[in-house]
Design a protein around this ligand. Structure first.
Ligand code: HEC
Length: 112
């Protein structure tokens, strides 16, 4: 029982620490460095853009959003659990913090 409690506390602390990976004010620079470049750009760059989807510049990424409306934004839809195929393709899904960050960025009108 005690070990369960210790495990629980450990998971809680680990998640809390992980949750601080992103700043509280979403912006494109951070989105790009922490999500788009490491998890999307290899398939959506200038030389190879799967399905003609370019995610190279701020304008590119912004074009897959509807400012202020995360539910209407393809950028959020394609990383969600119901997406067919889900992005990033052939890789682990984005975690809760990453999805929340994308959502917050769109809700805040996609600041640069
Ligand atoms: C391993 C390659 C790969 C990675 C990594 C990848 N994609 Fe894709 N992406 C594809 C392919 C292939 C398609 C076309 C899929 C299809 O239409 O069947 C696609 C399609 C898309 C589309 C268009 C979907 C539509 O319905 O028109 C968007 C938007 C997209 N990707 C965004 C992203 C985002 C955002 C990431 C990172 C979180 C990402 N992709 C990571 C390969 C990738």
């Amino acid at each position: 029982m005690k070990s369960f409690l210790i495990l629980f506390v450990f998971i809680f602390l680990a998640q809390t620490a992980y949750g601080q990976k992103f700043s509280k004010t979403p912006n494109f620079k951070e989105l790009n460095e922490k999500i788009i470049i490491p998890k999307c750009l290899m398939c959506h760059n200038d030389e190879y853009a799967a399905r003609q989807v370019y995610l190279v510049t701020y304008e590119d990424v912004k074009s897959f959003t509807v400012a202020g409306k995360p539910e209407a934004s393809l950028l959020l839809e394609v990383v969600g659990p119901g997406a067919q195929p889900r992005m990033p393709m052939k890789a682990a899904p984005l975690n809760t913090e990453e999805m929340a960050y994308i959502r917050a960025w769109i809700t805040g009108n996609t600041p640069e």
